[in-house]
Design a protein. Sequence first.
Length: 226
Amino acid sequence: MEDTSEKTAAARLRELKAELSDLARRNARASGDIELIAVSKTHGADAIRPVLEAGHRVFGENRVQEAAEKWPALRQAYPDTQLHLIGALQSNKADQAVDLFDTIHSLDRPKLAAALARAMAASGRRPRLFVQVNTGDEPQKAGVSVMDLADFVEQCRTEYKLQIDGLMCLPPAHEAAGPHFALLGKLAASLDMAHLSMGMSADYAEAVSLGATHIRLGTAIFGPRG
Ligand SMILES: *Cc1c(COP(=O)(O)O)cnc(C)c1O
């Protein structure tokens, strides 16, 4: 990315989309197969509205409470908006999350799978689900360990009747992301999943080259978070 400080979020987004279609072409991918999630966490409605006005409709938030405060009004104005939950989810917020979000990227434990299954049955809504994988086996980080992944996915599918759309990861901050993206791709293929949520502002190009279908960009669009 070039100097972004003077640009508006809408202008940065336009450039990113052009860059992405170029990246897709160079990687022999269809650009329509790569979903750009504009991560609007910490940014208020005033920062988000211009991006909606520019035509973008896919957004990510990492907290249920924050999304519940910001999005209902914005969504009323832009009803075709798709909201992605990319942050940790407590099982006692499963109902609210199923209500608010179209896709949840952070399914990572049986208790949450059970709560989501219950919330979906009660509401009739079926958000798409990604299982978050702790590819770096970091003790403080959310996500299923690589070792437990296959059993957990099987449990989601058979015991909770959940359809799992793909895998998500957040590589360790101080490591090269590439090996983590490659591992996630291998795991998804072994579990028969078509979607990979990986790549953020610093590493989306590499993620696309390794098969990302959902990239999650905050800073590259909205600038630094306060
Ligand atoms: C904040 C966040 C992002 C976006 O990060 P940027 O570096 O600002 O692009 C992506 N994914 C998750 C899970 C996040 O929490």
